[in-house]
Ligand binder design. Structure first.
Ligand code: UDP
Length: 411
């Protein structure tokens, strides 16, 4: 068996105060024909990164709606995840060296995972490229298979795409965050566009009073009486943490007591993380106003929630970004963002809502400074941002989209 991830029991009724009764009733209505359906959600890691964040919320809520949903993770060692990370990078446009060794590592481990997959399922939703070969290598059985791609695959490296594409032919449908991410020669019959969403009741996003924020942040060395800007992201070059430090140092010339917090999770399937972390630490040097933390030093949802709430600006300086849940997380907490105009970010913070979209370090510096020095405008932009997230990017909307998708692939 693949390893199951344990999740708690939750009730959708607890969402009524946030989204209203009609939304929850509609979800129950949509789920009715799917009651008892056996659904597998399969990805590569139980923690670190947006996919695990989503599944941690989606799985118990689908169960509350009467579906029999499991969450399983594939197995793999360092060599396999080094290959899948290279593949992930290549699907976002980096060069890919498709050596016989790379092929063999991916195929052998995928075969092992296929052998571990038990098939008592009606629907199998496979997230991202790491487990993508499962239906081809296992056989489709009687399940409907959906490939849920969370990354920006608009311009993949041709060799990487040629390698992955044949595996995708075994699926009934593909889901992308944006239509633009879907390569034109997708081999499956159906393509759907569903952006991710955040869980307003998770410990990361639920309301935290200011005294608890203060407690959480002073615990990790931040002074809540001085301004803070933040980026929360896996240590990944696509997230450009070094660009964030560069921008921060330029802004600090004008705001000398400004602190920078960089929180970066280390995910199981991301062996590049430590390399980027070391580069970040080199760049930080002995600067006492730059605070770098990872989930492995005990920093988790409580501190991230406090940080996203307390920061004057949340930065997301990605070079490529599938979606960037952290943007919605910040806006939900009424914190304005300065974020790159790439991938799924402008869906969450379109012009005039939530903050500013930027493309260069210089633009980021200018907009961060603007928000720091114009607090009432910053607050109005953030309020519009919160409203936009409430309307479009809460987990209840994602659940509804997923239920509709299951119903449509069931035919
Ligand atoms: N995250 C976290 N701890 C960290 C860094 C990130 O819990 O140190 C979470 C973050 O709050 C968000 C998710 O991981 O919920 C990252 O999702 P996003 O879509 O922004 O990026 P991805 O990692 O999927 O590329």
């Amino acid at each position: 068996m693949l390893q199951l991830v344990d999740v708690a029991q939750r009730s959708l009724d607890s969402f009524i105060p946030v989204v209203g009764e009609a939304v929850v009733d509609e979800l129950r209505r949509l789920a009715e024909p799917l009651r008892g359906a056996r659904v597998a959600q399969i990805n590569a890691t139980p923690y670190g990164g947006g996919v695990s964040e989503l599944l941690r919320s989606i799985v118990p809520l689908e169960r509350d709606l009467g579906l029999a949903t499991d969450w399983s993770i594939i197995t793999g060692g360092e060599p396999f995840f080094a290959v899948t990370k290279a593949l992930h990078n290549a699907l976002q446009g980096a060069k890919f060296a498709l050596t016989p060794d790379v092929r063999e590592t991916y195929l052998n481990q995928s075969m092992r995972n296929a052998q571990l997959l038990d098939m008592p399922y009606d629907f199998i939703i496979v997230h991202d490229p790491q487990p993508a070969a499962l239906p081809e290598l296992h056989g489709r059985g009687s399940a409907r298979w959906i490939w849920r791609c969370h990354i920006d695959t608009a311009n993949p490296d041709p060799d990487a795409w040629d390698f992955l594409r044949p595996f995708l032919a075994a699926y009934d449908a593909a889901v992308f965050t944006m239509q633009e991410f879907a390569p034109r020669d997708l081999p499956m019959p159906r393509t759907v566009c569903i952006p991710p969403a955040i869980d307003p009741l998770s410990p990361k996003n639920a309301y935290l009073p200011p005294d608890m924020c203060q407690l959480a942040l002073s615990w990790i060395g931040l002074d809540v009486n001085k301004p803070i800007i933040t980026q929360v992201s896996r240590f990944d070059s696509w997230k450009d943490p070094l660009g964030v430090i560069e921008a921060y140092k330029l802004v600090r010339r004008h705001v000398p007591d400004l602190q920078l917090a960089l929180f970066g999770a280390m995910a199981l399937d991301d062996p590049e993380g430590w390399q980027i972390y070391r580069q970040v630490m080199d760049q930080k040097g002995d600067d006492p106003l730059i605070h770098v933390h990872t989930n492995l030093t005990g920093v988790g949802n409580f501190e991230i929630n406090a940080l996203q709430r307390t920061s004057r600006v949340v930065v997301q300086k990605s070079i490529r970004e599938g979606f960037g849940l952290v943007v919605s997380e910040a806006l939900w907490k009424s914190t304005p963002v300065v974020a790159s105009n790439v991938g799924g970010i402008p869906l969450q913070a379109p012009p005039g809502i939530g903050g500013f979209l930027v493309t260069t370090v210089d633009e980021a510096v200018e907009k961060i400074l603007y928000l720091l020095t114009n607090p009432s405008e910053a607050a109005s932009l953030a309020a519009l941002g919160k409203e936009h997230i409430k309307e479009n990017f809460l987990i209840t909307r994602l659940l509804a989209d997923e239920l509709r998708l299951l119903k449509s692939v069931a035919g």
